[in-house]
Ligand binder design. Structure first.
Ligand SMILES: Cc1cc2nc3c(=O)[nH]c(=O)nc-3n(C[C@H](O)[C@H](O)[C@H](O)COP(=O)(O)OP(=O)(O)OC[C@H]3O[C@@H](n4cnc5c(N)ncnc54)[C@H](O)[C@@H]3O)c2cc1C
Length: 500
């Protein structure tokens, strides 16, 4: 579009979760994925058309299972399911072909001196290295929204009460079980089963869950999406992490004792005998309750939280593959697996990006709410679409009044049809900032974000944000004053889907 752009990133690796392990893409209705987002998946299709892309598996041996459509969709020439390194290469190709300038390992100075504003406009920001970046327009495309926050834009962290926006599935949701991520059997939370005096096992909160529908500051759980393989030639055994303590996983032992055997349900196959392994079940990779302070935390504290998640999750894998507490059948099956040796090679084969499912959410011009994300309304000024379920992961694990353990926060409510996302949801209020767009920490309620937060949607909103930024510069207006018809015309020309 004829403008220059600088990409300033704290990360070394481009692509966030899309190159960080989330290869089994959550898409919903693929028809609503257009523009550059679709091109990303088409490039992956091209990649997997090459014989050289199939090092550990023949193409026709790959099961071609996607979410609702084949993984390799010959008709649409898209590939929705892919390996982390393949995704990262597509992002790097975009950068190279478009001669983009990327500054990596650059961390925003989040102190009061970090962002310089004149009136409501950001003039520049500074990073901890001392580098200063100026621009006419700024896009905060981070999972955390640090630039947004440092620029003085208001935001929310945690779950709103249902009463705030007239919703049903926001706030605390005890005894709501819409996936398999809850304790189906009665499992004691106490060190000595049934004896409260013996104390709680680890990984259970002493309080909770709160009143149904009430707001709180709890955050749906994070984990790493792991890339595993059962190919002995490309497999690294699950490492025993520093400080490994098997008693942390006693609850899982009790879940196995109850007969639960769903361990492999979210070992979703991606090409080359690898997986995108996600959380599944009552006690899994989601590290419940350990991320509440992450969104606003200092960089040091965030690093510590990320490290704790890694130690928890690596310990979990080591436990399942090695500990005698785990039934033989499960242990033998898990120990067939390991980390993929040829992924995340500069990080011990461990994903470079933790799955920040939700952090800050802007309080912007338009708040996307439950009814909007369920396709029950016509939002103003659509700039993209979503279609996935309202999907929130658990936020806490607590002791029920009857003395057994339970999880709370997991929601999976499907929209009637794909829905549009309003331009106002990526715009701050003009009085707070008039040259910033926020396509990831979008203005939405917690539960609407449960659907919006899918990676293809972030790519769609990113393109729309960039388009709006360019047109605002050309028209010499704040993005909040950009005529929607001008924006819509360019988005449609660039193959974005705005309505169905
Ligand atoms: C597109 C997509 C995106 C995702 N995104 C993420 C993500 O970003 N991060 C992440 O961690 N996880 C994500 N997940 C979630 C994860 O991958 C699982 O799909 C999700 O947790 C569902 O788990 P499940 O297999 O237990 O349940 P499901 O597959 O949803 O359901 C299992 C079974 O229970 C049935 N069922 C569901 N609800 C009910 C109900 N209320 N009553 C009766 N039966 C019911 C279903 O019909 C199904 O047969 C995503 C999943 C998808 C498909």
């Amino acid at each position: 579009m004829g403008k220059s752009v600088l990409i300033v990133s704290p990360d070394k690796h481009l692509g966030g979760l899309s190159s960080g392990g989330l290869g089994f893409t959550d898409t919903g209705n693929k028809e609503v994925i257009g523009g550059l987002s679709r091109e990303f998946y088409q490039r992956l299709y091209q990649h997997y058309q090459q014989d050289s892309a199939w090092k550990w598996q023949k193409r026709d041996e790959y099961g071609n299972k996607g979410q609702g459509t084949p993984a390799i969709d010959g008709n649409a020439r898209t590939m929705w399911i892919f390996e982390p390194h393949a995704a990262e290469q597509v992002f790097e190709d975009f950068v190279r072909e478009n001669k983009l300038t990327v500054y990596r390992n650059e961390w925003l100075d989040r102190s009061s001196k970090g962002v310089t504003k004149k009136g409501s406009a950001i003039q520049s920001f500074r990073t901890l290295s001392g580098q200063i970046y100026e621009g006419k327009m700024f896009i905060d495309a981070t999972y955390e929204g640090d630039l947004m926050a440092a620029a003085g834009v208001r935001y929310h962290v945690g779950r709103e009460a249902n009463s705030v926006y007239g919703e049903t599935w926001n706030g605390v949701q005890p005894n709501v079980f819409q996936h398999g991520h809850y304790f189906k059997a009665n499992v004691s939370p106490y060190k000595v089963p049934g004896d409260p005096k013996s104390g709680l096992l680890p990984e259970i909160a002493p309080d909770g869950p709160g009143e149904k529908g009430a707001g709180d500051h709890k955050i749906q759980a994070y984990c790493f999406r792991m890339c595993m393989t059962n190919n002995p030639e490309n497999r690294v055994p699950f490492p025993k992490p520093e400080g490994y303590d098997p008693t942390r996983y006693e609850l899982l032992g009790r879940v196995f004792d109850s007969g639960w055997r769903e361990t492999f349900q979210k070992f979703d196959p991606i090409p080359n005998r690898k997986t995108d392994t996600n959380n599944h079940g009552p006690f899994s990779s989601d590290y419940l309750g350990k991320n509440y302070d992450y969104p606003d935390a200092t960089y040091d504290r965030r690093r510590q939280i990320i490290r704790d998640h890694q130690l928890y999750q690596q310990g979990l894998l080591y436990f399942m593959a090695n500990d005698k507490r785990v039934p033989d059948d499960v242990r033998q099956a898990v120990s067939q697996w390991g980390l993929a040796k040829d992924e995340f090679t500069d990080n011990g084969n461990w994903p470079h990006q933790i799955y920040v499912r939700e952090a800050r959410r802007m309080l912007g011009m338009f708040v996307m709410k439950e009814a909007d994300a369920l396709g029950k309304t016509d939002v103003p000024q659509p700039i993209g679409m979503g279609s996935y379920a309202l999907d929130a992961h658990n936020a806490q694990r607590y002791v029920r009044p009857d003395g057994f353990v339970q999880n709370e926060g997991d929601i999976g409510v499907h929209p009637d049809k794909p829905y549009s996302i309003s331009y106002g949801s990526i715009l701050p209020k003009e009085s707070e900032c008039n040259n910033l767009l926020v396509p990831v920490c979008v203005s939405s309620s917690h539960i609407a974000y449960g659907s919006i937060r899918m990676e293809p949607v972030f790519m769609i909103l990113g393109q729309s944000a960039a388009t709006a930024a360019v047109l605002s510069i050309d028209n010499k207006v704040a993005p909040q004053r950009l005529p929607y018809a001008t924006l819509k015309a360019v988005l449609l020309k660039d193959q974005q889907r705005l309505t169905l």
